[in-house]
Every structure is written in structure tokens, then in C-alpha cells.
Ligand binder design. Structure first.
Ligand SMILES: NC(=O)c1ccc[n+]([C@@H]2O[C@H](COP(=O)([O-])OP(=O)(O)OC[C@H]3O[C@@H](n4cnc5c(N)ncnc54)[C@H](OP(=O)(O)O)[C@@H]3O)[C@@H](O)[C@H]2O)c1
Length: 244
């Protein structure tokens, strides 16, 4: 299996990269904005099957360059999991009320959380089409479900993940014509102990905070069970489908 973990340098992505190797990947591409600085680098780079590549999802030239490197190395991809995501950074904080909204912040989260996977799919299209079994997935979040939104708040994060779901759903329709054995999925990993969730773990009930390894194992198994008939949906870590 040729596998790409976009954002595999840390957090859930790093655990997914380890899972990919354990599952018998023949080639594993791992991207990070600065691969040499990624926690996964020292651990996984010595493996002959692993290639680290730089990728910033907010930089289209970077997406094109990395897509071209992968397309030059393998004729097809069997599993792609895009993990890049952010909730807060520097002055950007999840909004509690409409008065907190800032246009730049809304647009920045959209660029980081929503756009990467489909732009990467555009660059990798020749490796996705055909008739081989393929999973093309992106980590979304339950809070991106519009029908599940009863608490409010977190405008930019919710909206960017909802946009990710819609973009991936649209991709699923097109990919079904280009590869009848392909499956496009967005995934909710549960609440996972990573840098992203650290500031918000206080209210998480005991036993509901997953390690990255546990979440990655669950998501990997969910993908193993998905086929072309399941394409275009948002799946939780336990395999349940979350309505958009
Ligand atoms: N943790 C949770 O409880 C939770 C819950 C629901 C959904 N999620 C989702 O799970 C995914 C993984 O998050 P995590 O929990 O593993 O958090 P994390 O440890 O903070 O990892 C964030 C990942 O996003 C990447 N990233 C951020 N900005 C990027 C950019 N501009 N270009 C490329 N990559 C970028 C990081 O790559 P670098 O190595 O380059 O920094 C890193 O791989 C995210 O999409 C997040 O929204 C997490």
C-alpha cells in the first residue's frame, strides 16, 4: 500500500503514520510544514519506506510541489489521510460570541482547515483515479456538523470544518466517476490529547479523552471497513455516521 499522511509530523497524524507502517505500508509519505522539526522525524525517517516532505496547506505552491514529488515517486495512492487543522494560534482564539469575530481569523481557519485536502486531491488526481481500492480521508470534527450545533460558539472552527465536509462530499461525487473503488471520508477522532485540545480538556469527562494512538487505531479501523458505498460521509471514531 502506498500511503500519504498529510500532517503526519505530530499529534493524531503522527500516530496515523505509525499505524500505516504497522499495517504494512510499502511507501509512506509524511508531510509537515518543517519536516526536520517534526516530532515524528527522528522516530520514523530511518525507515526505508518513509519519505518526509514539506507542505503548508495555506501555500498553494507548496501543495503543488509536494503533489509533484509524490506523483513522481509512485503510480498510485491507496490511502490518503489529511490531518492539518487548527483551533487557536497566537491571537486567534475560538470565538465565544459574534462580537469576537474577525474577518482575517475566519479566513485563516478556512484556509488551514478546509482547503488543503481538495487542493491536494487536484494535484494527486492521476494517482487517485483508476479502479484500485482507495480511501481519501480528512480529519474533520463533530462540531463541523450543522445539524449537531446546539451549543454555538467556535464560529471559525465550526464553519471551516463544515466547509471541509462539503468540499469532501463534492469530491466524493467526482471521484466515484473516476475510481469506482474509491471512498472519500471525513472523520471525527473524538476528543484527543494533543496540542490542539490542550487548552480545552478541563471539561472532558473521565475516560473520554483519547490518546492519539487510540484515536488513530480507531480511525484506521473505520477506514478499513469503508467501501465505495460509504463514500461522502462524516464518520466518528466508533464507526457511526454523523449527520451533516
Ligand atoms: N485533538 C482533538 O481533540 C481533535 C478533535 C476533533 C478534531 N481534531 C482534528 O484533528 C486534526 C489533527 O489535530 P491534532 O489534534 O493532532 O492537533 P495537533 O497536534 O495540533 O496537530 C495539528 C496538525 O495540523 C498541521 N497543520 C497546522 N497548520 C498547518 C498548515 N498551515 N499546513 C500544514 N499543516 C498544518 C500540523 O502540522 P505541522 O507539523 O506542520 O505543525 C499538525 O500535523 C485537526 O484537523 C483537528 O482539527 C482534533
Amino acid at each position: 500500500m502506498n500511503i500519504l499522511i498529510q500532517g503526519g509530523g505530530r499529534g493524531i497524524g503522527m500516530a496515523l503514520a505509525q499505524r500505516a507502517l504497522a499495517a504494512g505500508a510499502t511507501r509512506l509519505f509524511i508531510t509537515a510544514r518543517d519536516p526536520l522539526a517534526a516530532p515524528a522525524y527522528d522516530m520514523l525517517a530511518p525507515d526505508d519506506r518513509v519519505t518526509f516532505l514539506p507542505l503548508d496547506v495555506t501555500d498553494e505552491a507548496s501543495i503543488m510541489a509536494t503533489g509533484a514529488r509524490i506523483a513522481g515517486a509512485v503510480p498510485q495512492l491507496d490511502r490518503v489521510i489529511c490531518t492539518a487543522g487548527m483551533l487557536q494560534q497566537g491571537d486567534i482564539r475560538p470565538e465565544k460570541r459574534v462580537a469576537d469575530l474577525k474577518q482575517d481569523n475566519l479566513l485563516h481557519l478556512y484556509r488551514v482547515n478546509a482547503l488543503g485536502p481538495v487542493l491536494l486531491a487536484r494535484e494527486l488526481w492521476p494517482l487517485l483515479k483508476g479502479d484500485h481500492r482507495l480511501h481519501f480521508a480528512a480529519i474533520s470534527a463533530r462540531v463541523g456538523s450543522i445539524s449537531d450545533n446546539r451549543l454555538g460558539g467556535w464560529y471559525a472552527y465550526r464553519a471551516s470544518k463544515a466547509a471541509l465536509n462539503q468540499l469532501m462530499r463534492t469530491l466524493s461525487v467526482e471521484l466515484a466517476r473516476a475510481n469506482p473503488n474509491g471512498c472519500v471520508a471525513t472523520l471525527h477522532p473524538g476528543t484527543v490529547d494533543t496540542n490542539l485540545s490542550k487548552p480545552f480538556q478541563g471539561g472532558v469527562p473521565a475516560g473520554k479523552l483519547f490518546t492519539a494512538n487510540h484515536a488513530a487505531g480507531c480511525l484506521w479501523q473505520v477506514l478499513d471497513r469503508l467501501g465505495p458505498g460509504d463514500t461522502g460521509q462524516l464518520h466518528a471514531w466508533d464507526g457511526s455516521v454523523i449527520p451533516y
